[in-house]
Write a protein that binds this ligand. Structure first.
Ligand SMILES: Nc1ncnc2c1ncn2[C@@H]1O[C@H](COP(=O)(O)OP(=O)(O)OP(=O)(O)O)[C@@H](O)[C@H]1O
Ligand SMILES: [Mg+2]
Length: 199
């Protein structure tokens, strides 16, 4: 069993039975394997503008994106979780909440809401639902970036190394996510703007 460091706001990963990569023995090796897997998905979706067909923003594509980000490492990648987690919708509610998010998304898209705010709301709603066993934060930040690129808006360059581990940036990020849980998106929008890549 890998030792799991306790990082605030993380889904605890105590079930490692779905690990595909048998040689992984440390958390650093796991992080590196996941990062390499995610790098491939990043190249696919963020190197050039995706199309509405390659990034469909429906449930099956959202699941596939998670599979593409984590499927080399975890057998359960891309599968909606069946168990309850410390954060997130009740397991039986996950699919319904994803449907509602997609409905909201289409309404935001045809409203006057700035694209950055749309991306922030996708990110927040997706991570709040927590559809997967793990990787929900990285997947939801990727969803937001794909939405930005689809709408010709600068990407967010998250400092993944610091945001994924205990750090001042992670504390700010979690505080902003929790404020958004209460309907206040100002801090989370400001944080996205802070890491927005200049064009
Ligand atoms: N109160 C909360 N409400 C909504 N989302 C939360 C809350 N607390 C934590 N989160 C989100 O859950 C994410 C962690 O979930 P999970 O461990 O599945 O994702 P990850 O990709 O492995 O981690 P990380 O986002 O740290 O890289 C955090 O990044 C954060 O965005
Ligand atoms: Mg995690």
């Amino acid at each position: 069993m890998l030792p799991q460091p306790s990082i605030p706001g993380q889904t605890p990963l105590d079930d490692l039975s779905g690990l595909r990569v048998r040689w992984i023995q440390t958390t650093a090796q796991l992080n590196a394997a996941e990062a390499e897997n995610i790098r491939k998905a990043t190249l696919k979706y963020l190197l050039a503008k995706p199309t509405n067909r390659s990034a469909r923003f429906d449930i099956s594509w959202m699941k596939r994106l998670h599979q593409e980000m984590f499927g080399d490492v975890w057998t359960w990648a891309g599968e909606l979780r069946m168990n309850e987690t410390n954060i997130g919708s009740a397991a039986r509610q996950v699919e319904i909440d994803l449907h509602n998010l997609i409905g909201d998304l289409r309404a935001w898209e045809s409203s006057q809401m700035p694209i950055l705010e749309q991306a922030v709301r996708i990110h927040h709603a997706a991570v709040k639902i927590h559809p997967f066993q793990n990787g929900n934060g990285r997947w939801s930040r990727m969803l937001a970036n794909i939405w930005l690129l689809l709408h010709d808006t600068p990407l967010i360059e998250w400092p993944e190394v610091t945001i994924g581990t205990s750090s001042a940036i992670r504390s700010d990020y979690l505080a902003a996510v929790r404020a958004a849980d209460c309907g206040d998106f100002v801090r989370l929008i400001a944080l996205h703007a802070q890491f927005s890549r200049p064009q």
